[in-house]
Design a protein around this ligand. Structure first.
Ligand code: MGD
Ligand code: MGD
Ligand code: MO
Length: 773
C-alpha cells in the first residue's frame, strides 16, 4: 500500500475529538487506544491547564468501582458510630444498595420527618446543566422525601453575601454586572487590588468558560499606562502582565490599611465630598470614628502602618495617587474568608466611595473581580438551561459553614443575620457533588461531628475522605462518561457535551441513581417526568431556544445544536449594571438598601448589636497574631493545579507535588532560621492538628507567612487517633471552625496560625488515592 493511502486510512479510522466542557474551560476530547486525549477550545486565548488532570484521572484506581456499604452500618443498622471513617467497607450490588438506602430514607422521612435530613450538599460538582449534582439531589429530596434542611450562602463569599444586601444591594449584580475586564483594559488609571486577581483563580468558572480573557485585559491596561498595585502577602496574586507594584501586608490587616488611606484622603481634603453627600448615608458617623473622635484613636497612616507592615509614607503616597484618578478598588473573596471578614468588604466600599468613582467605567468597587471567570464579563441575553428543583417542604436552613456545629450542637441557638436560630436535629446527611473533607475547617472536629449521625450517604466518582466516612457510597459517573449541555450565564458559548468514554466500573449517573431511589419511595414518575437523559437535554435546551426565538434570533433545533461545536449566545451590553444606573440617576434608580444609597453606616446592622460586626466598618483588632508556639500565619488559598480537591489524583495536580505531597511556600529567611531547605518535607501544626507538606522557598512571600493551598486529599496516618497527622498536606486540619461573625457566620478557612518544622522522621506512605482495603 502506498504511503499516502496508509496515512489516509489512518486518518479515516481516527476517533474525532468531540466537544465537552468543565469548570476550568471548554475543550474537546477523544479516546485513542484506551487513552484519553484532551485539547483546549480553539477560540480560547489563554487555556487552563487544569483540563490536563482528566487523562490520568479517568481510569485511576482512586475511582469507585461499585456500591459500598460500611461494615458496622450493614451489620448493626443506622446510628451514631465512632467507627465512621475507620471501618471496613462491604461491596454490594446496586439492587442491595438502593434497597437499603430507600428503606433508610423512608425510615427517617416517616419517623422523624424531612427536617431530619440534611441535604445542603454544598460543593462544586461538575459542569453540565442537567447532571449538576446539587440540582439532582435537591430535586430528588424535594420530590421523594418532602424536602430537606438546606444550607444558605457559600464557602466562597459567606460574609459578603450577607453583608452586601444591607449596604449596597444585590450581591450577584455587584460581582457579575459591574466593572468589567473590557472597562479595565480601556478606562482604569489605577487598580488597587487587595488580595490580588491571581490568574490561577480567574481560570476557573462554575459551569463553563470558553475564553480566558483576564491576562490579556491586564496586559492591555498596563500597556496603556494603567497602574496596578497589589496588596497581598503573596507577590504572585497579580500576573507579570499587570506589571504591578507589590505592597506586602500582614494577613488580616487590610481593613486598617484602607482606613489609613481614607484618613489621609480626609485630612488632606482629597476625598470626594460631593459623592459622599449625594450617594452615601452615614458618612458623618463613620468620619468621627475615622478621625478618632469616638474612640480617641485616629485611624491615620501611622496607626495603619503599625498594624499592616506597610509604611506610613507608602500609605500617604498611595492615597495621593488614588485621588482624582479613574481608580478601581478590588477586594478579593479571600479577605472575607477569615474572622471579621465583613470588615474589609465594607471598608473597601467606603474607600471606593471616598474616591468618588463608584459607577464610572473602569472605576469604583470591583468586589471579587478576578476571583472566578464569571466576574467582570457580560451577561447572556437569554436564559441558560436550568433543571427545576421542585418545592422544598422544609423551611429550616443553616449557614453553610456551620455544618459541624449543627451536628455537634443540635437544639442549641446561634445568631445569623440579626436572628436567633436553632440548630436542627439531623439524622441523615446526604451528599452528592461536594467534599466537606475538602471545604470545611478543623477536620478533626468534622470527623467527630459525622460520628453523631444515623447515616451518611455519599455519591462520588472517587474515594475522597468524605466517601471514606460514609455509610453508603454510591459510585457516580465522571462528566466525560455522560452527555449534557454546558453553559454559564456569563459565557456566550452553549456547549454540547458529548460522552467521551463509557462509565467506569459500575458507576451510574446521579440522575439514574436518584430515579431508582425515587421509585423505591414511590416518586419515580414525579422525579423523572418520564424523560430519558436525552429527552431531558432536549427539554432543557428548549428554554434557551425559546429565548432566542423570542428575540427573533436564529434558534437552531436541538439536533442542529447537538451536531455543532457550540452555539454562541447573544450577550447584554457592558453597561456597568445597577451601580452605573444609580450613579447616573440616584432618584430614579435607588439602591435596594434602607436609605436607597451606599450605606457607610447601617442602622439595621447596628440594631443587631453584634460585638463582632458593628454598624459601620470597624477595626476589630488583629485576629491572626503569631506567638511562640505558632509563629507563622498560614494562608490556605485556592490551588493552581486543580479546582479544590477535584481530580487531585490527575496528572497536572500530581506533577506539582513533592514526594507525593502538597507544596507549601515560605520565605528564604524564615526557612533558613529553621534549617529548612528547598525540597524538604515540613510539618505544620497547631492545637487543632498537623500535616506534612513539601516546601519551596521564595522572596515573593511576606516574612512570617507560609502558604499551603487547599485540595490535597485528607490522608490520616492513623485514623484511629483523635488528631492524626495528615501526611498529604490538607491545610484544613489546621484551620479553625468558627464563623466570620454573628452577622454572617461565613467560612474562615483562609487564615490561621501554625508552627513549622523540618520533618526528619521516616516519610509515611501516601494512601489518599488507594481505595479502602
Ligand atoms: N482552608 C480553606 N478551605 C476552603 C477554602 C479556603 O480558601 N481555605 N475555600 C472554600 C471555597 S471558596 C470553596 S467553594 C470550597 C469548595 O469545596 P467543594 O466544592 O466541596 O470542593 P470540590 O473539591 O470541588 O468538591 C466537589 C466534589 O464533587 C465531586 N464530583 C464531581 N462531579 C460530580 C458528579 O457529577 N456527581 C457527584 N456526585 N460528585 C461529583 C468531586 O469528585 C469532588 O469530590 O472549599 C472551601 N474551603
Ligand atoms: N485554580 C483554581 N481557581 C479557583 C479555585 C480553585 O480551587 N482552583 N476556586 C474558585 C473558587 S470556588 C473561589 S470562591 C475563588 C476564590 O477566590 P479567592 O478567595 O480570592 O482566592 P484565594 O486563592 O483563596 O485567595 C486569593 C489571594 O488572597 C491572598 N490573601 C489571603 N489572605 C489575605 C489577606 O489577609 N490580605 C490580603 N491582602 N491578601 C490575602 C492570598 O495570597 C491568596 O492567594 O477561586 C476560584 N478559582
Ligand atoms: Mo468558592
Amino acid at each position: 500500500m502506498p504511503e499516502s493511502a496508509a496515512a489516509e486510512g489512518n486518518e479515516q479510522a481516527e476517533t474525532p475529538f468531540r466537544p465537552h466542557t468543565s469548570h476550568w474551560g471548554v475543550f474537546s476530547a477523544r479516546m485513542v487506544d484506551g487513552q484519553l486525549e484532551v485539547k483546549p477550545h480553539a477560540g480560547d486565548p489563554d487555556p487552563n491547564e487544569i483540563i490536563q488532570n482528566f487523562p490520568a484521572a479517568l481510569r485511576h484506581r482512586a475511582r469507585i468501582v461499585q456500591p459500598m456499604v460500611r461494615k458496622s452500618w450493614l451489620e448493626n443498622g443506622p446510628g451514631p458510630d465512632e467507627r465512621r471513617g475507620r471501618d471496613e467497607f462491604v461491596p454490594v450490588s446496586w439492587e442491595t444498595a438502593l434497597d437499603l438506602l430507600g428503606h433508610e430514607l423512608a425510615r427517617v422521612r416517616d419517623g422523624s420527618g424531612p427536617g431530619a435530613i440534611f441535604g445542603g450538599s454544598y460543593g462544586w460538582s461538575s459542569a453540565g446543566r442537567f447532571h449538576h449534582a446539587q440540582s439532582q439531589i435537591h430535586r430528588f429530596l424535594n420530590v421523594a422525601c418532602g424536602g430537606y434542611v438546606r444550607s444558605v450562602t457559600s464557602y466562597s463569599s459567606g460574609s459578603s453575601q450577607v453583608l452586601i444586601p444591607h449596604i449596597i444591594g444585590d450581591h450577584e449584580g455587584l460581582t457579575k454586572r459591574n466593572v468589567s475586564w473590557e472597562q479595565i483594559a480601556e478606562h482604569s488609571e489605577i487598580v488597587l487590588a487587595f488580595g490580588g486577581m491571581a490568574l490561577k483563580n480567574s481560570m476557573v468558572a462554575g459551569g463553563s468558560v470558553s475564553k480566558h480573557v483576564e491576562r490579556g485585559a491586564m496586559q492591555r491596561a498596563a500597556e496603556r499606562g494603567c497602574n496596578f498595585v497589589l496588596v497581598s502577602p503573596l507577590r504572585s496574586d497579580l500576573p507579570d502582565e499587570a506589571n504591578a507594584e507589590w505592597l506586602s501586608c500582614v494577613p488580616g490587616s487590610d481593613t486598617a490599611l484602607m482606613m489609613g488611606i481614607v484618613h489621609t484622603l480626609v485630612v488632606e481634603g482629597r476625598h470626594d465630598r460631593a459623592f459622599l453627600e449625594r450617594y452615601t448615608s452615614g458618612w458623618p458617623i463613620f468620619e468621627r470614628y475615622l478621625l478618632g473622635e469616638t474612640d480617641g484613636q485616629p485611624k491615620d497612616a501611622e496607626w495603619a502602618a503599625a498594624l499592616t507592615g506597610v509604611s506610613a509614607e507608602e500609605i500617604v503616597v498611595l492615597a495621593r495617587r488614588l485621588a482624582g484618578k479613574r481608580a478601581l478598588i478590588v477586594v478579593s473573596h479571600s479577605l472575607q474568608r477569615a474572622e471579621h471578614g465583613e470588615q474589609p468588604v465594607w471598608m473597601g466600599m467606603v474607600l471606593a466611595a471616598a474616591l468618588g468613582q463608584i459607577g464610572l467605567p473602569g472605576g469604583g468597587y470591583g468586589y471579587a473581580l478576578g476571583a472566578i471567570a464569571y466576574y467582570g464579563r457580560r451577561y447572556n441575553a437569554v436564559p441558560i438551561p436550568t433543571l427545576s428543583q421542585g418545592r422544598n417542604g422544609v423551611s429550616d436552613f443553616i449557614p453553610v459553614a456551620r455544618i459541624a456545629d449543627m451536628q455537634l450542637h443540635p437544639g442549641e441557638t446561634y445568631r445569623f443575620n440579626g436572628e436567633s436560630r436553632t440548630y436542627p436535629e439531623i439524622k441523615l446527611v446526604y451528599w452528592a457533588g461536594g467534599n466537606p473533607f475538602h471545604h470545611h475547617q478543623d477536620l478533626n472536629r468534622l470527623r467527630k461531628a459525622f460520628t453523631r449521625l444515623d447515616t451518611l450517604v455519599v455519591h462520588e466518582l472517587a474515594w475522597t475522605a468524605t466517601a471514606r466516612h460514609a455509610d453508603v457510597v454510591l459510585p457516580c459517573t465522571m462528566t466525560l462518561e455522560r452527555e449534557d449541555i454546558g453553559a454559564n450565564s456569563n459565557d456566550p458559548l452553549l456547549v454540547p457535551m458529548h460522552p467521551i468514554a463509557p462509565p467506569y466500573g459500575e458507576a451510574r449517573d446521579d440522575y439514574a441513581i436518584f430515579a431508582d431511589l425515587a421509585e423505591r419511595l414511590g416518586a419515580r414518575e414525579t422525579f423523572t417526568e418520564g424523560r430519558s437523559v436525552r429527552q431531558w437535554l432536549e427539554h432543557l435546551y428548549e428554554q434557551t431556544r425559546a429565548g432566542l426565538a423570542e428575540k427573533g434570533l436564529a434558534a437552531p433545533n436541538f439536533n442542529e445544536f447537538w451536531k455543532g461545536e457550540g452555539y454562541v449566545l447573544p450577550q447584554q451590553p457592558d453597561d456597568g449594571g445597577y451601580l452605573r444606573a444609580f450613579r447616573n440617576d440616584p432618584a430614579a434608580n435607588p439602591l435596594p438598601t434602607p436609605s436607597g444609597k451606599l450605606q457607610i453606616y447601617s442602622e439595621t446592622i447596628a440594631s443587631f448589636e453584634e460585638a463582632d460586626c458593628p454598624g459601620h466598618p470597624t477595626w476589630l483588632g488583629p485576629v491572626y497574631v503569631p506567638d511562640k508556639s505558632t509563629p507563622f500565619v498560614l494562608i490556605s488559598n485556592q490551588p493552581r493545579t486543580r479546582l479544590h480537591s477535584q481530580l487531585d489524583f490527575g496528572g497536572h495536580s500530581v506533577a506539582s507535588k513533592l514526594k507525593g505531597r502538597e507544596v507549601a511556600t515560605m520565605h528564604h529567611d524564615d526557612a533558613a532560621e529553621r534549617g529548612i531547605s528547598e525540597g524538604d518535607i515540613i510539618r505544620l501544626s497547631n492545637e487543632r492538628g498537623a500535616c506534612l507538606a513539601g516546601v519551596t522557598l521564595s522572596d515573593g512571600i511576606r516574612h512570617g507567612v507560609i502558604q499551603l493551598a487547599t485540595g490535597a486529599w485528607y490522608d490520616p496516618a492513623d485514623p484511629n487517633e483523635e488528631k492524626p497527622l495528615c501526611v498529604h498536606g490538607n491545610p484544613n486540619v489546621l484551620t479553625r471552625d468558627i464563623g466570620t461573625s454573628a452577622l454572617a457566620q461565613g467560612c474562615t478557612g483562609q487564615l490561621t496560625t501554625v508552627q513549622v518544622e523540618r520533618f526528619d522522621d521516616n516519610l509515611p506512605e501516601i494512601r489518599a488515592f488507594d481505595p479502602p482495603a
